[in-house]
Design a protein around this ligand. Structure first.
Ligand code: ATP
Ligand code: MG
Length: 346
C-alpha cells in the first residue's frame, strides 16, 4: 500500500466517527474550526478558471477549515444526459482535485448524489421559495435571454439545491468564482426565510471570492466555462494549450490584448508582465507564445501527478466512498433537526 493510502486509511474511520458528532478529525472533539464547502459540476474537464477561481483556495485553506469540497452531479444533470459521460466526468473531477493537492485526510471529498439529504432539503426549500424570487436568478435569466430551448425545472431551481448543499453543513465560507456570488446570496435569503418561519436552524454562509481573479475569461472573452467550449483545461497537453491560447480572441483596437493578459496574470505577477507587454506592444503572437510557455510550465508537474493518481482507480473510489460516509453523518444529523422543526417527526 502506498504511504498516501495507508495514512489515509488510518485517518478515515476517525473522520466518520467525528462527523457524527460534528467534530473535526484533528480535534479530538475540541475543534472550533470553521466550515468550508464548495461544489464543482462534473459537466466537463476542469479548467484553469475552476482552479484559480475555486480549487486553489480550497487546497490552501484545508488546514485551517473543516472542508467539504464536493462533486455536484445532480446539478450537472441539468446539462449532462449521457451515463458514461457522467461517470467519467465524476471520476475525472475527483482525480483532478486530488492531483492539485486536495488531501483526503484533511478534506472530505464526496459526491452530492451519495448524500440524499441534499435533495430532500432542496424540496423543503422549494416549498418556502417563491417563483418571482427565483426568476431573478442570473442563470435562469440568461437561459431565457439566450432562448435556450429547454429550461427545465432543474435549471430553474438550481440555486435552491445549491442552498441546500451549503446550509446542510452549517457552512461558514463558500470559496467560489464571482459567477456564484448570487447563488450564495440566495442561500442566505433562503436560510433567513426558513429561520423566520420555523425557528433558528441555519447559519448564514459567506461567499469567498478572490479579488483580481473573480471571473477568468475563456478563449472567446466570455467567462471560461466547461459548458461553453472556451476553456484551457487544467490538465491540458502542450498541444492543447497551444491550440487554445492561439485561439484567444484579441481586441484589434487595443494595444494590450486584454483576454491574453487576464489569463497571463494568473501565472506571472503584474510587475513581471509589465516589461513583457511593453516591449512587445501589438505583437500578439509573441505574447501568446510567452503565455503558452508559462501555462505549460505550470501544468507539466500537475500532469505528472495526475497520471500517478489516475493509475489507482480504486483509491479514488475509496476516497469518494469514505467521503460520502463522513458527509452523510453530518447531513443526516442536520436533517433530523430540520424534520423536527417542520413537524414531520411524530
Ligand atoms: P459549467 O459551464 O458546467 O457551469 P463551470 O466551468 O462554470 O461549468 P462550475 O462547476 O459551474 O464550472 O463551477 C465550479 C467553480 O469554479 C465555481 O466556484 C465557479 O464559480 C468557479 N468558476 C467557474 N468558472 C470560473 C471562471 N471562469 N472564473 C473564476 N471562477 C470560475
Ligand atoms: Mg458554472
Amino acid at each position: 500500500m502506498s504511504p498516501v493510502r495507508s495514512c489515509w486509511y488510518s485517518n478515515i474511520e476517525n473522520m466518520i466517527k467525528n462527523a457524527k458528532t460534528n467534530q473535526h478529525p484533528a480535534s479530538n472533539g475540541m475543534s472550533n474550526k470553521k466550515i468550508l464547502l464548495t461544489g464543482i459540476q462534473p459537466s466537463g474537464a476542469p479548467h484553469i478558471g475552476n482552479y484559480f477561481g475555486m480549487m486553489k483556495q480550497v487546497v490552501e485553506m484545508q488546514d485551517e477549515y473543516e472542508s467539504f469540497p464536493f462533486i455536484v452531479d445532480y446539478h450537472a444533470l441539468t446539462t449532462v444526459r449521457d451515463k458514461e459521460t457522467m461517470r467519467q466526468n465524476i471520476l475525472n473531477v475527483a482525480t483532478d482535485f486530488l492531483a492539485v493537492g486536495l488531501d483526503p485526510t484533511k478534506s472530505t471529498l464526496f459526491k452530492q448524489s451519495d448524500v440524499q439529504e441534499h435533495t430532500e432539503l432542496a424540496w423543503i426549500f422549494n416549498c418556502i421559495t417563491t417563483m418571482p424570487f427565483m426568476m431573478r436568478a442570473h442563470a435562469f435569466k440568461e437561459a431565457q435571454e439566450a432562448k435556450k430551448k429547454e429550461i427545465t425545472l432543474g435549471l430553474f431551481t438550481y440555486p435552491v439545491l445549491m442552498a441546500a448543499d451549503i446550509l446542510l453543513y452549517d457552512t461558514d465560507v463558500v470559496p467560489v468564482g464571482k459567477d456564484q456570488q448570487q447563488h450564495v446570496e440566495i442561500a442566505r435569503d433562503i436560510a433567513e426565510k426558513f429561520n423566520q418561519t420555523f425557528g433558528e436552524t441555519f447559519k448564514l454562509p459567506k461567499a469567498l471570492i478572490k479579488e483580481g481573479i473573480a471571473v477568468i475569461p475563456g478563449t472567446d472573452g466570455k467567462k471560461m466555462s466547461k459548458s461553453y467550449g472556451n476553456t484551457i483545461a487544467l490538465f491540458a497537453e502542450r498541444s492543447e494549450i497551444e491550440k487554445a491560447v492561439m485561439s484567444i480572441v484579441t481586441d484589434s483596437d487595443s494595444e494590450r490584448p486584454e483576454n491574453v493578459y487576464a489569463i497571463h496574470k494568473l501565472f506571472k505577477t503584474e510587475d513581471e508582465l509589465e516589461k513583457l507587454y511593453t516591449e512587445n506592444e501589438g505583437k500578439y503572437k509573441i505574447l501568446k507564445e510567452a503565455l503558452i510557455e508559462d501555462i505549460d510550465a505550470f501544468i507539466a508537474p500537475l500532469r505528472e501527478k495526475r497520471v500517478q493518481i489516475a493509475e489507482d482507480k480504486q483509491y479514488i473510489l475509496d476516497v469518494l466512498e469514505k467521503g460520502a460516509k463522513v458527509a452523510k453523518a453530518r447531513a443526516e444529523a442536520k436533517m433530523q433537526e430540520v424534520r423536527k422543526k417542520i413537524g414531520v417527526i411524530l
